[in-house]
Design a protein around this ligand. Structure first.
Ligand SMILES: [Zn+2]
Length: 191
């Protein structure tokens, strides 16, 4: 009886061990990190992102950075230090990222659900899965690794971002306070 109960447990341990010690290709790492169904899915994602100018190593570095940023926000502290590292030796072990500690941080994760940055990070991950990551939301141009590595949640290329900021600065000059503008309407005079 006891062996019967233990058997599935042992089997599961073997399976996870095999996964942890699995191939160290970018495809295999992405499967474990993003909990993808298969390496074929990794290949599909990497293929789509390649068309946005991101190579495999760059995609992996960005995904690791996104999870690192998320972890830092969820735990409210810099538990994992360092910015985006492109040196393969320094890249975080994805096993650390996917560790049960993070799973156990689910309660904290729930508390942070409204966190804007976390939402943006999750949106970035969704875009990676969909293969639209790295594409400017406004003009469709490649955002580029340099900008994305500095700001993983960037959704506009630098040209569109600058254009947006320029417009914001221009409109800020004659901007009425929203509530006043609405309630007072024509009574509001600009001097
Ligand atoms: Zn653009």
């Amino acid at each position: 009886m006891a062996t019967k109960v233990n058997k599935p447990k042992a089997k599961r341990a073997e399976t996870s061990k095999a996964t942890a010690e699995g191939a160290n290709t970018v495809e295999a790492k992405l499967v474990r990190l993003m909990k993808l169904g298969s390496e074929e899915e990794s290949e599909r994602i990497l293929g789509m992102l390649k068309s946005h100018g991101l190579n495999k190593t760059q995609v992996l570095a960005i995904v690791e950075a996104i999870y690192r940023e998320e972890t830092e926000i969820i735990f409210g502290a810099k538990v994992i230090k360092g910015g985006l590292q492109t040196n393969q030796e320094d890249l975080m072990d994805e096993a650390d990222l996917a560790s049960s500690d993070i799973e156990q941080g689910m309660n904290m994760r729930m508390a942070n659900r409204e966190n804007f940055k976390v939402k943006r990070l999750h949106r970035a991950l969704d875009k990676i899965r969909e293969g639209t990551y790295g594409e400017c939301d406004s003009c469709g141009a490649d955002i580029g690794f340099a900008r994305l590595s500095a700001r993983t949640i960037a959704e506009l290329c630098i040209a569109c971002k600058e254009e947006e900021e320029r417009k914001e600065n221009l409109s800020a000059v004659g901007r009425k306070p929203k509530s006043l503008g609405h309630s007072l309407g024509s009574k509001l005079t600009i001097r």
